[in-house]
Write a new protein. Sequence first.
Lengths: 158, 391, 219
Amino acid sequence: MKTTFFMRRLASSLVYPVGLVYVLAIAALFPSIGLLSHELAQMPFMRIHPRYSGGQVVETIRTDGVEWRVHRPVFDGLMRERGHGFIQIDALCETPPPSGAGIAPDCDGDGRPDFRLVLPAAASEAPKLVPLSPLVTGLESWADTGEGWIARVGLDRK
Amino acid sequence: MPAPDPIPGIRTKDRPLRSLLLTLPLGLILALLLSGGANVFSDPARRFAYASVWVLDVSLFFLMLYKGRTDRYRAVLFILFAAALSFTFIVHMSEMRGRMGFTNSDILQCKIPFCHIVTTMILIPMALSRSIIFPGSIEGGFANISSMLVIVGGGLLLLGRGFCSWGCFYGGWDDGFSRLRKRAVWKKPPGYLRWGGFAVLLLVALSSAATLVPTYCDWVCPFKAVTEYQAVTDFGSLARFLIFISLFLGLVVVLPLLTKKRTQCAWFCPMGALCSLSNAVSLHDIRIDTERCLSCGKCIKACPVGALDAESLKSGKAGINCTKCGKCADVCPRGAIGYHLRFSAVLKHPTTQRTLFLYAAFTFLAVFSGGTLQQMVLMLLSLATGGGLSS
Amino acid sequence: MPVVNTYLLGLSVGGGCLAQCGPALLPILLCEDRRRWKLAAAFLTSRLFGYSAVALLLFLLGRATGLAEAFGRSSLPAGLVLLLLGASLVRHSLNVKKRVCGKADGPAPGAAKAFGRFRDDALLFACRAGFLTALGFCAPMLAFATEALTRNSPVQALLSLAGFFLGTTTVLLPLFIGGFACKGSAVRQIGFLCGLLAGALYLFQGSFIMITEVFHACS
């Protein structure tokens, strides 16, 4: 696009005030971080991928002094679901947990439990997993959080 | 033929009164912003920390204007920022967790602090899966994702790749090591290495999108050596530990010492490559007055990221990977290089354009580093008075 | 298994293919300004050939002694292939280095000679890389191949394999499109560095797998 002398002069005049605006914008950026980050956090893409967050909690069960939070099975991939995923179980309790405290969730909705997860006797030990279905591949990861345990049980899709 | 620049230049070099007058508005801005909204006058220690950081920042800016040199004074604050961040980060992690290493518990509870380099790995998954592949917190907590994205976004829009010399809290490490020797041992590293960051960006963006794991963070980030890393519990985590320690020693310590270049930033950082893309739309850039240029090559030798070469001297423009540190302008014997505002005449009024850039860039650096530097001063004061390292 | 089903299966596991095969494809697409279509076609053809070779191998093993599953469970073949692929990538990168990083507009010193098309390093490398990436022995592919070959007729099995191949290739499409769109000396140099880094990555991965397998076997 051919620019006229007038347009070039206009542009070269305007660029200095714009430069000043940049300075003011930077000065305004930091005090507004709280507001801007709050607005950004409301955007639909600002959520942690279920492979890291564990997915939504679908069921909360209280038994034997333990509050169990069962998350939905996570098979989420980049655009499609993947063939292998996990289900996260959170157990909130005092340590040591009640002896033999466990849960047997139904992951695939067929009315039968797919595995049994039993809390360990002491902190820093892994929960015990008893698979009851061929879809369960094993204990993928676990952690003692200080307020209980988090366990992720590997699952294959049906 | 470019249109004449309508605004006269403001010369500040060797003019103390003019430099002081131009420093005062910045001093006022920093006085307001360095407090971060907190009551810094509540106790003597906070007052001292605030005042000392303010005096440091204002002095450095005054010297930039008075001496007419940019890079050496920028580097003081930049390097201090990097050191202070690592120091305060490690102390903070030690207080929070009792150790530098993070464990499965931190990952599963999404308590990992977010840093700007992760941005390169989350963009494609964010666009396709509308979620962030990082075990951090969106809002609240230490170094949460939304705050960091706002700062990075603002920095990229307003400074372009200038973020790498005026914002990044890791760059001070290799910048500092690159200044320790007087002469380079490896004087002419291959020019193609300046594209290394782009190759790394391609590979990590691809692998992160495909595996849904931030692969650069997981395996190769050298700065885990000065912040936090996955606790060594098995062969995999041991391999990761050895890799990042080797990369830190190689790319951040040894190679900058040997080449006097910022080798990690220039050759390996994917965030630097991403920032380079924003240089195309940045208001400020570095230009060379081809009529005044002697083609002596001092600027090419001095450039810490290899953004200048013979082509640049002919075309009058620095490369896309220019970080706007100002070192080339400082070393040029004819004053043929300087900061430039897009659409304005090239180096017609260099001091005005430089002053405008310095105002923007230095404000960003000073405010971004202000909180960290004050925290470090408080920690050191606490240590000195026998109160341990808690701030 | 209908072709459409296996195509969708290929799409769903394509993420792994993109991560594993993409780095080998990047230097092929970026280092050359000419013959990109030819090189891409060579890569894909040899990849399909590689898939077929793996499927045939598993079929034979399965028929012979039921070793297919045991073969699929071991990572040693995958480790070996990664080492070969890594070495191949590094060698290719060093071969093209002078041409890519030297004078960009000068004639290619390794240009194909009239009588020796098979001496062309870039074309040979594209074939080698395509074949080796198919021999990656990734778990989904192995499981699919075992299933397809032990249960279906050979024709159905080949059709299923073709569907799976098309699915995983679809995931690589953005790389092809991006690679064809980018040109210039900077792009060639980035391609060269991608090759070196990806080669180092595969060598590391392969070594890691071999060491872990040997360790598990010994303990």
